[in-house]
Design a protein around this ligand. Structure first.
Ligand code: CUA
Length: 373
């Protein structure tokens, strides 16, 4: 009777623990799918990293089950009355047992170390059979990303474009504090350190739009230092390169033309609209800005209303934004803001605006729960 009671108590305890874990996971919104899920891999680097993850988690879970199971068994099986003298004597020491445990633990560590080492070596050197890598520089700024493709003479910000099925050799660095470059579906994080060039590579195996994020606390707007990575077929990538490098046509409507004049009397101290300019700028390169999906480093949907709000008061739109108009004695009236919005929207990429691309974009994996404001 007593034994039966203990058994029921044990089962109840386990059921309670299980329910609690499941509720915590559900409340935490835990899911294998989402815009930044490391479980939806799109290339060999992400696949390898996920494999190492499952291997390590799987082994740890198996160990937990075995050790925890034995502990639970011992607790319930040998839970004795303190007066019960029938149990054997406790013992101390046991050389064979201790050596045995050390050997088993070391072997288990090896089982984790080897795949991790293989993974690290894979990250270290791009396999030659993947083809000629494309070099990209990712530079973290408070709070946006600069992307350069030196061999193509391209500079852009917050929206990285790469070809599929070609290794992307990324040099990660920072212009100010420590940031971390991360595109969860393509590859793990690499720190962006000022004065240091860190290396990482990835390969996107399907056209699409992938969400990136700074993964190192870097100041007030760390959470709003996102970016998008677009992977195109090689032909489409070439079209993107061509349209990004093309000098923007003079605005057609009067408002945009006025905006251009306003831009050139202040904004151009920190921003350029020339996608081929490699000179260091304080603010993001705005080439083809009108075709970008987001503004404020992936924070907002790029629309007239948001852009106007951004220009009107950058610090209200993004905490501690370093876009300080007062510093340059820029005081814009509403008409000038409207003109600037018209001008920036007139900067379009032929490729990103083409019907062909718009149709293709519809086939991209839908990112559930988009994080845009
Ligand atoms: Cu940059 Cu966090």
């Amino acid at each position: 009777m007593e034994k039966q009671h203990r058994k029921t108590k044990g089962i109840k305890f386990i059921a309670y623990l299980y329910t609690l874990t499941m509720i915590s996971l559900l409340c935490g919104g835990a899911t294998f799918y989402g815009p930044q899920s490391t479980f939806q891999t799109h290339g060999p680097m992400a696949e390898m990293q996920l494999w190492v993850f499952w291997w390590t988690v799987g082994l740890s879970a198996a160990l937990l089950l075995v050790v925890g199971g034995m502990l639970m068994y011992a607790i319930f099986k040998f839970k004795a009355d303190p007066d019960d003298k029938s149990l054997g004597k406790e013992f101390h020491g046991g050389t064979t047992l201790e050596i045995g445990l050390i050997v088993v633990s070391s072997l288990l560590l090896l089982v984790i170390i080897v795949p991790n080492y293989v993974g690290l070596s894979y990250m270290d050197k791009i396999p030659a059979d993947l083809g000629k890598p494309l070099k990209v520089k990712a530079i973290g700024h408070q709070w946006w990303w600069e992307f350069q493709i030196p061999e193509l003479g391209i500079n852009t910000a917050n929206e990285l474009h790469v070809p599929i099925n070609r290794p992307i050799d990324v040099e990660v660095t920072s212009a100010d504090v420590i940031h971390s470059f991360w595109i969860p579906k393509l590859a793990g994080k690499v720190d962006a350190m000022p004065g240091q060039k860190n290396k990482m590579w990835f390969l996107a195996n399907a056209p699409g739009r992938y969400y990136g994020q700074c993964a190192e606390l870097c100041g007030n707007s760390h959470a709003h230092m996102r970016f998008l990575a677009f992977a195109h077929t090689p032909e489409n990538f070439n079209k993107w390169v061509e349209s990004h490098k093309k000098e923007a046509a003079a605005p057609k409507d009067a408002m945009a033309l006025k905006g251009k004049a306003v831009f050139n009397t202040g904004c151009n101290a920190c921003h350029t609209t020339d996608g081929t300019s490699m000179s260091a700028m304080r603010g993001p390169n705005l080439a083809n800005f009108g075709s970008r999906e987001t503004l404020g480093a992936g924070m907002y949907e790029n629309n007239d209303h948001r852009l106007a709000a951004w220009i009107r008061d950058p610090q209200a739109a993004k905490e501690s934004s370093l876009m300080t108009l007062g510093e340059f004695n820029i005081d814009l009236n509403e008409q000038e803001i409207t003109a600037l919005v018209a001008y920036l929207n007139s900067l379009k990429s032929d490729f990103l605006e083409s019907k062909e691309y718009k149709d293709l974009e519809k086939t991209f994996e839908k990112a559930e729960g988009t994080h845009l404001k």
